[in-house]
Write a protein that binds this ligand. Structure first.
Ligand SMILES: Cc1cc2nc3c(=O)[nH]c(=O)nc-3n(C[C@H](O)[C@H](O)[C@H](O)COP(=O)(O)OP(=O)(O)OC[C@H]3O[C@@H](n4cnc5c(N)ncnc54)[C@H](O)[C@@H]3O)c2cc1C
Length: 477
């Protein structure tokens, strides 16, 4: 049977970078994807469905780590940052720093080429169906080639970069490290259009050529948000993400029957800056729908013989749903750790655990706190979000939250303001509760465990998060 050091399944943002990093370390790497090269990284039949926005800090990281320099057309447009607007449009909070809009189809081809240049074998038209399991360890994969024939391939390590619907993760034996599925409460249904549009050019709260805009609005986008991200050439990436239960509650209370599809069309109509538009036909990527998880990444990213990176491990940021950056960072780290393990002739669990530790230090240690904040946010209606954004948090404190830092909440000062709006005191108390939980999560993650302490640690995290979930239920309108 065919055998490699490392199989990387999925040539998207995480996979091609994992293959590059492992091959740079000298491992014999096979990078597999179901798509043709012309469609590298295409997530579904709908296209490269994404908002395309990524923070500069993530681009800087991969450039440094892989010794590359990215530029146009992979990086389509540079922006100053992301601005989050309250439902009444009266408050605007900065979120993350400078960033780029990617050209996703071009970025994916560029990354796949990079993997090939580093020495990885890149095989297209291979549909991954599941892991080969031997003695409770992943020993390779099985799937079908372009002729529809079953092909089994073995490897010392398999890196799962198949995205949110991963056929590898779902078919792992039940185990205490990685769950097979994600609860629907932790998933956003999302969709977006890439459009060329004619705009009035007046109101930067609706279209800002220098900033990515996020509109919080529980009526327009229950349990999620709407976004308008600028691209070059009078184009925008505009979309909506919703949470299933929030949408159901909102529809029932408002007597409506909206779906994700109808909400995107409504959101486009709602935006006064869009005078007329046409979908961008390039790469048939103008319109698409797909899912994003908004929880912390799986508590462990490794299982014997197996490592996961990107959406397969639920890595998108729980409040922004930004998953490109984490996928790229994780891809590089997983590839590096796998390459080192192969070189050291030790691909055992103790050795690859280092990936868990490095990913947590680099990015993962803040996401449990952000998950708690996301659950709180989904329990607020528009009035409370408006009130909270003008009274509870300063811009600095909101920015702190977006980076996973615990806001100081100048409680005395804030409390005085709250007293003037006594009706909202519960929401304020709930914010205090959430901030305490965020602190607790960060403490737990600052002591990310070794293998032997992992199960106990995981139980504690799950218990803490369960309390947050029980306290806050979706309450959009
Ligand atoms: C509407 C929407 C908007 C988003 N907006 C943003 C944003 O603005 N910024 C941001 O940072 N993130 C955003 N995200 C999230 C981001 O797109 C993902 O986090 C990112 O694509 C994850 O990369 P990945 O490599 O893990 O997976 P993917 O990009 O999904 O790549 C997976 C690859 O695996 C291949 N594959 C899958 N299954 C198989 C199989 N069985 N056999 C063979 N090949 C297979 C696919 O063809 C694909 O090439 C958004 C997501 C959505 C849906």
């Amino acid at each position: 049977m065919e055998e490699h050091d490392v199989i990387v399944a999925g040539a998207g943002m995480a996979g091609s970078l994992a293959a590059t990093a492992a091959a740079q370390k000298g491992a014999k790497v096979l990078l597999l994807d179901r798509n043709d090269y012309s469609q590298a990284g295409k997530k579904t039949n709908w296209g490269w469905v994404c908002g395309d926005a990524v923070a500069k800090s993530h681009i800087d990281f991969i450039e440094k780590e892989l010794n590359i320099k990215l530029s146009s057309p992979v990086l389509d447009l540079k922006v100053d940052g992301v601005q989050v607007l309250s439902p009444d449009m009266q408050n605007k909070f900065p979120f993350e720093g400078e960033g780029y809009s990617l050209d996703r189809p071009k970025a994916a081809k560029y990354f796949a080429d990079m993997a090939k240049k580093a020495g990885a074998e890149y095989r297209t038209h291979y549909e991954v169906e599941g892991p080969i399991i031997e003695e409770n360890k992943v020993a390779g994969i099985f799937g079908r080639n372009e002729k529809g024939e079953q092909v089994r391939i073995k490897a010392k390590l398999v890196i799962d970069a198949l995205g949110v619907a991963s056929t590898l993760r779902r078919k792992l034996p039940q185990n205490g490290y990685i769950e097979n599925t994600v609860s629907t409460d932790d998933i956003e249904s999302t969709g977006r259009y890439i459009m060329k549009f004619e705009h009035n050019g007046g109101d930067i709260n609706y279209y800002d050529p220098k900033n990515a805009l996020i509109h919080l609005n529980q009526v327009l986008a229950p349990g999620g948000y709407g976004w308008v991200f600028p691209k070059t050439g009078d184009r925008i990436n505009i979309g909506v993400g919703v949470e299933k239960k929030s949408l159901e509650v909102r529809n029932e209370r408002l007597g409506k029957k909206d779906t994700l599809h109808s909400l995107i069309d409504e959101y486009v109509k709602w935006n006064p800056e869009i005078k007329s538009y046409e979908l961008d036909p390039t790469d048939s990527n103008g319109k698409g729908y797909w899912s994003v998880t908004v929880k912390r990444q799986f508590d462990s990213l490794v299982f014997p013989g197996y490592m996961g990176a990107g959406d397969s491990m639920a890595m998108p940021n729980p409040i922004s749903a930004g998953g490109i950056g984490p996928a790229m960072v994780a891809g590089v780290l997983a590839g590096e750790v796998a390459g080192d393990a192969v070189a050291a002739k030790d691909t055992g669990m103790e050795k690859i655990w280092e990936y868990n530790v490095r990913y947590n230090n680099m990015y993962g240690n803040k996401t449990a706190a952000l998950e708690a904040f996301r659950i709180y946010l989904q329990s607020l209606n528009n009035d409370l979000i408006n009130y909270g954004m003008s009274h509870f948090l300063t811009k600095k404190e909101a920015e702190d939250i977006s980076y996973g830092r615990i806001p100081k909440l100048t409680i005395a000062a804030t409390f005085n303001k709250v007293l003037s709006g006594i009706g909202n005191i519960n929401a304020f108390r709930n914010l205090l509760f959430t901030v305490q939980k965020m602190k607790r999560m960060n403490e737990l993650y600052s002591k990310y465990p070794g293998i032997n302490e992992f199960q106990e640690w995981k139980k504690t995290i799950n218990g803490e998060m369960q309390e947050v979930k029980e306290k806050f239920k979706p309450n959009p309108v």
